[in-house]
Design a protein around this ligand. Structure first.
Ligand code: WTA
Length: 677
């Protein structure tokens, strides 16, 4: 595909209309208190000082034993950081804060129902609970270092407690987003080889107490079909006095955590000193082919990277009140709710529910009441709050010094609303571009050093050295006005180590495209392929245009189009399915599905409903298609490939361009009439 073509097919059309935006300078008040104001950090983290520069981040942590090799490239491109070092993530996030901060809030849990009281979890209480749960995992569930556990939990304090209890033992956690279906959870259980599943009876979402435990029964069944037996399901109770799930407890398999914990009151478990390169967790993410990839993140490198970026990019100080309104079930929550902030001894808000429940003033009431001064969310939420309550922020007297946007490109108008209305013109904003795979930020301004530019993530963060390649691997110069594939020249400690159980896929997906020499043990030969399109302006700022492959970013969550298509094909009548992104003012992108039927079947509402249902069951409500169109045939190339680009243009009402080279150009007009009337 030529570059021109793929920029068009890329889901982010903003590129086409891109014009330079004006710069906004960080407020003097912010600079005066910032953790990092010294531009020489870029020199310290230059390629000449690579990889030793990362000691600066690793030194933010407490090690049992220092490393002998900062970066081991002998198994390229599986990079190993801080080899020889021994560390425990739970110790670094909890125990080491006790001497000074035992009575400081680690989390303030805000339940969705507004009449329920907040719960303050001090570092001392976090430590007590992490110890008791770790003892239970070790002695009751029989887990030890290297085992995997799947955590299918909502946004409640029990989730970080479980993660830290696993980390204490060196057990690898795999958190599955609470909104995912039982089937999606079961597939991830099977892939990770977990024999313990942790869930909760229910949780509050959009004013309803949802039944969550029932998903675990499906999950266990699906895992079993794929050959993985789950022998224990540990069930937290959201409320002691009412059971939120209709699903029965299975004798000998399901256990209530509160019952079990009675046997572990006062238990203490020494943190296990883990090799720096031991896996800390798996986080599944969608790719172009059906099966989600388990991104394997390390202990020492990952923790060093998220601690460093939390300190300098998020500007977290111990006295701040930090609120990242993401879900811990995604990488943002792992890195910037749990591990980074806790490594720094931060106090964070943990909010259970929907940002607009019961109304669009909710986040600002929480911010005012808890005196939040660092706020972190995604463009989809910003758009939603702007639509539902454009004037709400002004009614509340909170003061943000710092705000983050993450997860998808933010439109400049939305950025300006965030800056002027949410931030009241007084906050430094960072637009942080990164991925599940990268563990932490790749591009962002350093908030007290550079000016902000709406819609641009900014330059690379210290220690990250991007390059934009064209399809042939030639560098696209900054300021050329042309977009290309943004890659990272060098490894960094936050990067994932491999795709769990599938090194081949790791190499193929992320390193094969621009590798100079597959035998090489030199990192310079292995640029990391992000899969995003980007352009770099003259001043060095990167503007990210979106994915170049078949992933749809819905409300900041990556969904594999192949996953949705495979789910549709599970409906008996469906012959072919193609999923395309439809621009949506709130969610950014939503899936539109085109299906064709097997011979002998007639289009019906029932089939459309069955497709929607199949997607909800196999992936979750988040993937629900906006439209299901039943078409007589798919537009195809002569070699038989479905032309998703043409369907995307039709869905979005764009000019479809020249389709005369297709095998069946006449079908395009017919579909156009059907969709656009
Ligand atoms: C997109 C989320 C523009 C990008 C942390 C990336 C962004 C994908 C930004 C990763 C941003 C993330 N500006 N696009 N600030 N942040 N993206 O794995 O396409 O859920 O590849 O990680 O989201 O999504 P993931």
């Amino acid at each position: 595909m030529s570059e021109q073509e793929w920029v068009q097919v890329s889901e982010a059309q903003i590129a086409v209309h891109w014009q330079e935006e004006e710069l906004f300078h960080p407020p003097a008040e912010f600079i005066a208190q910032a953790n990092m104001t010294d531009p020489s950090i870029y020199g310290r983290f230059s390629l000449e000082n690579f990889p030793e520069c990362y000691k600066e981040y690793a030194d933010l942590l407490t090690w049992y034993q220092y490393w002998h090799t900062t970066l081991d490239t002998s198994d390229a491109p599986c990079w190993k950081w801080f080899v020889g070092g021994k560390i425990n993530a739970s110790y670094n996030c909890v125990d080491r804060h006790l001497a000074k901060h035992q009575n400081k809030a680690s989390f303030v849990f805000v339940p969705e129902p507004e009449d329920e009281p907040h719960l303050v979890l001090t570092y001392r209480e976090l430590w007590v609970r992490v110890n008791e749960v770790a003892a239970l995992l070790r002695d009751f569930a029989g887990l030890q270092a290297g085992d995997r556990v799947t955590l299918h939990l909502p946004m409640v304090p029990e989730l970080p407690i479980m993660m830290l209890a696993c980390a204490r033992l060196g057990v690898i956690h795999s958190v599955v987003f609470g909104g995912f279906s039982g089937r999606a959870c079961g597939e991830r259980i099977a892939d990770s080889g977990s024999r313990v599943l942790v869930t909760m009876d229910g949780y509050n979402r959009k004013g309803e107490l949802l039944d969550h435990k029932s998903k675990s029964d499906i999950a266990v069944e699906v895992a079993q079909e794929e050959g993985q037996t789950v022998d224990k399901v540990l069930v937290w109770r959201r409320y002691r006095d009412r059971h939120a799930s209709a699903a029965p407890m299975v004798e000998g398999r399901d256990y209530f955590m509160d019952d079990l914990l009675k046997g572990y009151v006062g238990a203490r478990v020494d943190p296990v000193p883990m090799p720096a390169e031991a896996p800390l967790f798996l986080m599944y993410t969608s790719g172009t082919t059906g099966k989600p990839k388990g991104c394997q993140h390390s202990t020492g490198g990952y923790l060093a990277y998220v601690a460093g970026t939390s300190k300098y990019v998020q500007d977290i100080h111990p006295e701040d009140v930090y609120w990242c309104m993401a879900d811990i079930g995604w990488i943002t929550g792992h890195s910037y709710i749990v591990y980074g902030p806790l490594a720094l001894g931060a106090s964070s808000v943990l909010y259970e529910g929907s940002p607009t429940c019961p109304d669009a003033g909710r986040p600002w009431r929480i911010a005012e009441r808890l005196n939040v001064n660092i706020f972190h969310t995604a463009p989809t939420t910003i758009r939603m709050l702007r639509k539902a309550g454009p004037d709400e922020p002004a009614k509340h007297s909170y003061h943000f010094k710092h705000m983050t946007t993450v997860g998808e490109p933010i439109e400049p108008e939305v950025w300006r609303w965030y800056y002027y209305v949410v931030g009241k013109g007084k906050a430094a904003i960072v637009d942080t571009w990164w991925q599940t795979e990268t563990g932490g930020f790749l591009c962002s301004t350093m908030p007290a050093i550079q000016a902000m530019k709406p819609g641009s993530a900014g330059p690379a963060v210290p220690g990250i050295h991007p390059v934009v390649y064209d399809e042939e691997g030639k560098e696209i110069e900054k300021g050329s006005g042309r977009a290309g594939n943004i890659c990272i020249r060098n490894p960094w400690p936050g990067a994932f180590q491999t795709v769990w159980g599938d090194r081949g896929r790791y190499v193929e997906t992320y390193y094969a495209k621009y590798c100079h020499d597959e035998e090489s043990k030199d990192w310079r030969d292995w640029p990391y392929f992000t899969g995003d399109a980007a352009m770099q302006s003259q001043d060095g700022y990167y503007r990210i245009l979106g994915r170049v492959d078949d992933v749809i970013n819905v409300a900041g969550h990556r969904l594999g189009t192949k996953e949705l298509e495979s789910a549709s094909l599970a409906v008996l009548e469906v012959a072919e399915a193609a999923v395309v992104p439809l621009a949506d003012p709130i969610k950014g992108r939503v899936p539109d599905i085109y299906i064709s039927l097997k011979p002998g079947y007639k289009p019906s509402q029932r089939i459309k409903a069955a497709v929607t249902q199949a997607i909800e069951v196999s992936i979750g409500k988040i993937a629900r298609p906006q439209h299901v169109y039943i078409v007589p045939d798919m537009p195809k190339t002569r070699s038989g490939k479905i032309m998703r680009r043409v369907l995307a243009d039709i869905s979005n009402g764009r000019d479809i361009g020249d389709v005369t080279t297709l095998a069946n150009p006449e079908i395009v007009r017919e579909i156009q009439r059907m969709v656009q009337g």
